[in-house]
Design a protein around this ligand. Sequence first.
Ligand code: PBG
Length: 330
Amino acid sequence: MAFPQTRMRRLRASAGLRGLVRETELRAGHLVLPLFVNEAPSGREPIEAMPGVERLSLAEAVAEAREAAGLAIAGVILFGVPEHKDEEGSGAWDENGAVQLAVAAIKAAVPDLLVMTDVCLCEYTSHGHCGVLRGEGTEARVDNDATLELLARTAVSHAHAGADLVAPSDMMDGRVGVIREALDGEGFAEVPIMAYSAKFASAFYGPFREAAGSTPAFGDRRGYQMDPANGREAVREALLDVQEGADMVMVKPALAYGDLIAAVREASGLPVAAYNVSGEYAMVKAAAAAGYLDERATALEILTSLRRAGADTIITYHAKDAARWLAEQS
Ligand code: PBG
């Protein structure tokens, strides 16, 4: 039956009817808040391109985690901003590193909040790449196989500190399997892996690299992160991570990749995370500051669209605001 028997507007006539037939739900429990933890003894440092996001000392990270828990946000994902960097990125698996100390402190203070860690070397290497290099100068390349063991060491150090979940973001081939084996071997068989499976070489990471001080000193990440033009390859990446033992798969960035959130969900059968990355946050913030967009309506629409595309979990810098807005609505 078509018009005039069918009138799509009938079910849009009131808030009650719209609520009755709403297909997608967004709640604070779907959200994960990224935290940047530095080695400063105290305080917070603003990040220019990400208003409202700061680099946090250990104590401030705990305060921020407490606030997130109070807003019923599912968890936090930690990124380290170390003082010391070297060729190998050895700070990544330092048991007294900012991330390891923050994991332990947050778990002690707010035990029910999920504490996740980003497993990568780029914040810790002097050259800013996500693995160790082979070759000199312009010939230097990230050595996939030599990097795997360092990533595994990093993931184990996070698990030792008490991480609830580890999330490798380096895009080396085979890392999920190697990390799984290392965790199991060290008695962490219960710690899940959320793989950044389809992580693209994206312009949207700009503000994060300022925040984490992880811009590559030369070249770019196109030799290991995915080409934004490739969708079938994203599904293949996710399926390989499933085979290697991933518990969750991720698509990153999120906003321009809704098709792949849907495709990866369909093909993998695993819970899917979407990373609403720094540049996506910065765009909304900048447009709102200029008076071009309503921040609240825009951010909630974006997050809802990621849920609709198929994301079970959304990592977003808007998590605290979104949780507050959602609480006001209900
Ligand atoms: C580390 C990592 C990056 C992001 C998450 N983990 C940066 C990169 O790959 O350059 C980006 C997150 C964001 O932009 O919010 N490899």
